[in-house]
Ligand binder design. Sequence first.
Ligand code: ADP
Ligand code: MG
Length: 490
Amino acid sequence: MKFTDFNLKETIQAAVTEAGFTEPSPVQKDAIPLVLEGHDIIAQAQTGTGKTAAFGLPMMSMMKADGSVEGLVIVPTRELAMQVSDELFRFGKLSGLKTATVYGGTAYKQQIDRIKQASIVVATPGRLQDLLMSGRIKINPQWVVLDEADEMLDMGFLDEIKNIFTFLPQERQTLMFSATMPNAIRKLAEQILKTPKTVAITKSESTNSKITQLYYVVQDKERDDALVRLIDYKNPNKCIIFCRMKKEVDRLVAHMTAQGFKVSGLHGDMEQKQREVTIRAFKQGGIDIFIATDVAARGLDVNDVTHVFNYHIPFDSESYVHRIGRTGRGGKSGEAITLVSPNELRTIKRIEKDVGAKLITQVIPTRIEVQNNRADALIKKIAETRVTESAINLVKTLQHDLDIVTIAHLLASLVQEEDFVKGKDNIGLGLEEVELLIERAMQNRGGGGGRNRGGYRGGNRNRNSSGRNNRNRNGGGRDSRNGGRGSNRG
Ligand code: ADP
Ligand code: MG
């Protein structure tokens, strides 16, 4: 199934294409057609499953863009309000649909001005109720979304929500999303939804304990660098990199090839024959790295895959389990490595709960650490190498002009130069920073007051903070920070 199957309005479809989405996530597959048909829905779907597009795309596809507020999205926290708003803005910008973000702790005036120009308002319950009750704003949205409803109830927003609905028109389409369906949610649903259709995305089995599950927190734009660095460091025998989009597969194939890796892409557009040829090459070792979408990798059975990388965290836990199960086969051990942005930490926590395993967070190795690793490997290799006749002659010749230590230095430099580690020294977030973000993402996230968005965006990353010292390898001694040669990879 493709996005184009939904028959979304042209400008919306164009924005989806621009965003690179090709295959809808499970909740999108189920919800989008129902919303387009005009049904109220109650959807059980967890964080990280693509809910924003599930309600945003069909709703926006039906909007008139007449300058009035046509859609209202209520979310539990200020962070979510900003995230949802950003995503909706992206989808709506070609259709002339503006969004306004409304939450507590900031001045009213600017928010009210923005609401006056917006087609969609994304709001936390407290501030929204405040604006409605004081008469500062009047809106008549035809679409109303309750996102992460269970969380809003957990945070004690039930009264606010009920009150908000007294200000909303009776003639409306209401969409309710919730990770869990406790009684309080069902009761609320009875009050605000009209003959709703139900969407439920089910959970999965648990994971193989022979697979070590790691995750690394990086900013979105660092994903490529992080991937290359981790592959340099882990030195996998064979690995599979999972992407969400075909476009991403193609781009990564080009990127990794340019970095000198033996890679091949695998996605749904490839013909069966070509697919088989590629898979055979992977099995036989002609290709070390497979870059694939979920669909393409279904049923893929290759032994000796030591590592699975999730370039993006998958939508559902089922897919996560399926992906990482490509390693650790036949009783061998394997590693599953997931790259996540700070926004996706909640998804990690949800997957941990679903699959019943703890994912371990680590810091991406520095360039120096990888370099040290390679030096260790080289030392080992040198110790195991047998001296040849021609090498003895070569050294004899060199000794005419150079002393033996200089010769050794030159030869070692020559060997090392071949695989000098490139790229930035530090990639991704440090441990302390990640711990802080997890804590913030997990605590009852305070109804939108006071917390600073900057932390989530990771603007200020002092990599020499103590977080760095928690690494299991202390590169301090050798870390000269002016490695000189290679810094042109990023
Ligand atoms: P949720 O609200 O369920 O937590 P989001 O709507 O925030 O999830 O989506 C999570 C991430 O997945 C976002 O970065 C979003 O851009 C991306 N995404 C959503 N749908 C798709 C899709 N069909 N293909 C690729 N990426 C998607
Ligand atoms: Mg969401």
